[in-house]
Design a protein around this ligand. Sequence first.
Ligand code: UDP
Ligand code: MG
Length: 312
Amino acid sequence: MYLSLVVPVYNEVENLTPLYERVREVLDPTGWTYELILVDDGSTDGSDRVLADLHAKDTRVKVLRFRRNFGQTAALAAGFDYAHGDIVVSLDGDMQNDPVDIPKLVAKLNEGYDLVNGWRLDRQDPFLNRRLPSQIANWVIGLTTQVKIHDYGCTLKVFRREVVKNLKLYGEMHRFIPALVGDVGARITEMPVTHHPRKHGTSKYGLTRTLWVILDLLTVKFLSRYATRPSHLFGFVGLVAFLLGGAITAVLGVQRLFFGMRLSERPLLWLGILLVVVGVQFVTTGLLAEMLARTYHESQEKSVYLIKEVLE
Ligand code: UDP
Ligand code: MG
């Protein structure tokens, strides 16, 4: 078994050596082959030197260094692309996740799952600006995606290789990994994991992060349901608006032409016109989106399906 550990690192200088030692303490006795991929996301606090030292000491430590800060999602994506292992583990570099959980998560994965997600049952973060927004986010994500787990935001996750190699992450999408992975039919489960308070360094996030979650959710939902048939979404809204607007303007037109009623004081006229214009725009957007969908799939030779196996 070959394990790849992927760790995003942004200004975690005091956490890196303890993390490395903890990983060794937990994984060396298992006898598994592993690599520890530390992705330096543009750190400016001297993390880069510590990382270079760790690599010099132990070649299982691999360091990917970004030119600037691209964000946690990009760091994870880089690690996933680089990983060589059959099993890929992601975890935070701030020692809040504990490598001690890795063996039991891997054992769970080997029961026949594609992703085992950590669940910080006893989360050691402040309530008001961390746990509460996170609970709300979890609730909203749970409501709208097919994958039902408790803690989407937990970075400690264990994947089968194929899963991360097919994963495309954008923006701040890492908390949607379970939803994205579930969307292509992966078997997902979760397991409680330990969580520690942050001992060194500071958290890199504020409250605004929760706002993005709502927008990201929209993207994920749209892509998973309508990526190959966007005109069904836009066209539907467009047609309804157009028909409604058409009906309103037709009625008003008849009243004006055949009954001599004046329309200058009928605000309904504005609504009718607005609906017709909006309707046309929505339908057109749908058609443009259809063309984009074709460009997206065909230019990258992406198929619109995923085959699990072929018996022939
Ligand atoms: N991180 C990163 N790039 C960023 C922000 C964070 O690589 O732009 C890393 C950070 O070093 C840590 C992990 O992502 O290893 C989680 O960040 P943090 O602990 O600040 O988040 P929190 O635990 O507060 O949600
Ligand atoms: Mg943290």
